[in-house]
Design a protein around this ligand. Structure first.
Ligand code: PGA
Length: 252
């Protein structure tokens, strides 16, 4: 089912004490209240078991920022989907543009990671989005389509229905340059139509598509008001409870 989601991608930020403080601040403001969207935080790997313990029985769900493209074994430094599951994690971000740009991830690794995550019952939050030069040369639609086709269209309709997508134009991430609500809507609508052509309108209508890229309290409401924007994947503005709460409240 299509959901409204606000997910905070902490990236490589927060030491243990800082992370615990932020989770406790969010718990205090969210638990026992009527929240109009699903709230997810994605701390770094080392904080995940702490995060799942601190949020147990509350509003916040916990996501990882990545998982290995292998099941288990001699892969130093990697963390598998099964390990995440065992730590109580429910979601995993896959194919973030920073993973693609700095760690050589491709649509092929995305495909493998999504399959492994689904096998463990984790919800993959799969990131897609074009770079600035791709947008400027009119290729944004083709890039996004290729990422979806190559990364996800090998899935059965049932499995595809378990995936959340995040459209994150690379030129908007951490740059302060947000896509306009019209730019976001145009791609989100295109993504939904692309999914409809492959899996049918019901699967497409049920798909949750988040926007990411310099989303903040001041622009969240207008972005989320668009018919095909179902929430946000938030980087910088997820690191302070006031900012993150401001975005969550955009759904009130
Ligand atoms: P940003 O990052 O909100 O800091 O632009 C978004 C993301 O990379 O998920």
């Amino acid at each position: 089912m299509r959901k409204n989601i606000v997910a905070g991608n902490w990236k490589m930020n927060k030491t243990l004490g800082e992370g615990v403080d932020l989770i406790e601040e969010l718990n205090e403001q969210l638990n026992g209240t009527q929240v109009k969207c699903e709230v997810i935080i994605a701390p770094p790997f080392y904080l995940l078991p702490t995060a799942t313990q601190l949020t147990e029985g509350g509003v916040i769900k916990v996501s990882a920022q990545n998982c290995a493209d292998k099941e288990s074994g001699a892969y130093t430094g990697e963390v598998s989907a099964a390990m995440l599951k065992s730590a109580g994690v429910s979601h995993v971000i896959i194919g973030h543009s920073e993973r693609r740009a700095y760690y050589g991830e491709t649509d092929e690794t995305v495909k493998t990671k999504v399959e492994l995550a689904l096998k463990e019952g984790l919800t993959p939050i799969v990131c897609i989005g074009e770079k600035l030069e791709e947008r400027e040369s009119g290729k944004a639609f083709d890039v996004v389509k290729g990422q979806i086709e190559n990364g996800l269209f090998g899935l059965s309709a049932e499995d595809f229905g378990k995936v959340v997508l995040a459209y994150e134009p690379v030129w908007a991430i951490g740059t302060g340059k947000t896509a306009t609500k019209e730019q976001a809507e145009e791609i989100h609508k295109f993504v939904r139509d692309t999914v409809a052509a492959k899996y049918g309108t019901q699967v497409a209508e049920d798909l949750t598509i988040l926007y990411g890229g310099s989303c903040k309290p001041s622009n969240a409401k207008e972005l989320f008001s668009m018919p095909n924007v179902d929430g946000g994947l938030i980087g910088g503005a997820s690191l302070k409870s006031e900012d993150f709460m401001g975005i969550i409240k955009a759904f009130e």
